[in-house]
Design a protein around this ligand. Sequence first.
Ligand code: NDP
Ligand code: OXD
Length: 315
Amino acid sequence: MTLLIACSSRAEQFAAEIRAHDPQLDIRIAPDTGPLEAIRYALVWQPPAGLLAALPNLQLIVSVGAGVDALLDDPSTPVRPLVRFVDNDLTTRMAEYVVLNVLYHHRRMTEFRELQTRRTWTYLPEPAARDVRVGIMGLGVLGTAAATALRPFGYQLRAWTRTPKGLEGVTCFTGTHQLDPFLAETDIAVVLLPLTPQTRGLLNRSFLRKLSLRGRSPLLPGPVLINAGRGGLQVDADVLSALSAGELYAASLDVFESEPLPPPSPLWAHPRVVITPHNAAESAPAAIARYAVRQIKTHARGGKLENVVHRARGY
Ligand code: NDP
Ligand code: OXD
């Protein structure tokens, strides 16, 4: 069985871990593909356009990412079973990121950091967690884990999804018609949506203006945006203008319209913006290897694959 690894980074690490899990697999690392007709499986992250289409006997594509927007956006991606990465290691990392950043803004840490640079001892009042409304956009694998991790702090939890969902302790809103009511009751928006034609550009100025319209958490200076979904969901310039206009108090951004975030972007220097380089939840090589080998073995014995992407839905 031949597996092609076509990843824009860490391909050698993935290969080493996969060899440790399954020494029988014949592994090629793009661009050294060898004979294309031998390749049955592909493990990919941002593969070169057209590469997968050139594999005549490809049977399964395993995505290193949980999000598969780039693969679905590429018209040359062949129509073969496509499984996305879902693993407790990744899920736990994302839950950590969300808890870290919700607490960071709820406890006004961007302001304390700024005060510290000026050696200034100033008391800032902070709301109790029970008075802060956290709205999670997307209650899939990652959103559910984030909500579960936030629950013990006592935040008022809300979620917004495409289809009706239920989760203990979370008030759920569904569909475009319930987006505005959801936003009106959200002080801290945590975005864990996939990038699809329906969600692209959703986080724009009009969206940001709708946060916290129905009351506001006392003592929190304003609404907060935390985006760890995809950069294409947000309009970077609108985030900046909402911050300047005081419509947004602060933001944590892990993803951007253009990545790496270009050095001239004013987001880098904004005192209320926390920037991370798209590593809210990394796909760790050991976890990827375990997952890819399991999926390949399942496919080889004709078993039921896990986490198959629904192409028409876009995630
Ligand atoms: P899931 O597919 O498990 O969940 C997606 C959620 O988004 C579902 O609840 C779904 O609703 C909801 N959703 C999708 N489209 C819409 C819509 N149009 N309106 C409202 N809700 C919608 O995905 P994961 O939780 O595994 O991952 C989410 C995203 O996180 C990934 O697609 C990826 O982009 C991003 N990600 C980012 C990482 C990082 O490091 N920054 C790491 C890993 C993932 P429903 O339940 O009704 O289907
Ligand atoms: C993913 C990512 O989709 O890391 O897994 O962005």
